[in-house]
Design a protein around this ligand. Sequence first.
Ligand SMILES: [Fe+2]
Length: 317
Amino acid sequence: MGVMRIGHINVRVLDMDAAVHHYENVLGLLRADQDEDGNIYLRGWDEWDKYSVILTPSDRAGMVHIAYKVESDADLDTLRQRIADYGVEVDELEPGALRDCGRSLRFHLPSGHLMYLYAEKTFVGKAVASTNPDPWPDGLKGAGVHWLDHALLMCELDPEKGVNKVAEATRFMEEVLDFKLTEQVLAGPDGDVQVATWLARSSTPHDIAFVGGPRMGLHHFAFFLDEWSDVLKSADVMAKNTVKIDVGPTRHGITRGATIYFFDPSGNRNETFCGLGYLAQPDMPVITWTEDQIGRGIFYHTGELNEAFTTVYTDGV
Ligand SMILES: [Fe+2]
């Protein structure tokens, strides 16, 4: 089957104590582990593998790498060959190179972002039972997010120079990793420049997204909530903790998600959102947004795109 879903994201943080407070008490992630280098590992209560977020102490914010889980160990051999045949350098790493994971593949997307693929990660189970479970566990903190859902990566885009890393990364994800393009924004004088894309391997509207900007980077990574009232509550939790909110509760036209954007104490943008949007079946037609409606696509109610949303983001390497 190949890639199943997002596995984890590794981000750098400036102040680990502040970051841990944010991810544990505001988002409600559960502490999974800590290693000898000071990295902290966390997961959502509805996840069954050991971790989905790695916080790395650093003097600058941004993403170290993003990892996706494939269905079987043999998929790694198939995908290693396909990645290499595409002309992308790929390394195979020993089990444990990614903590608590089996062997992994490491390579850079055409956009420059570092990606890993792995098939195995230590299983710990959800915070609710696998047999006759409760709908949610007791003792959840903050927003009580369910799981890490997706990430949006910024890609260098300069049509005048003929640079479009959005299109390059998208083509790689489609042709090599078999992602399905669910939505795209087409811009330019002829309406044929792919400036933003949303792609899925699962049946959700996106497992990864790419948006064009002046430099590559990390735009946000997002956590799933059940419903609109949970998104409102997550905004309340942010206010109680004086979290810097980027965009208050609203709805995306693209993916239909009801959402709130905010920043962790290091400046990495997070999102909590609810609603699975729609089922991205393999034969669903691609949804295209035109340049004149991009504001409505991003923020459906106002139809206005605040400039900071596409210009403020952290590093991608
Ligand atoms: Fe998102």
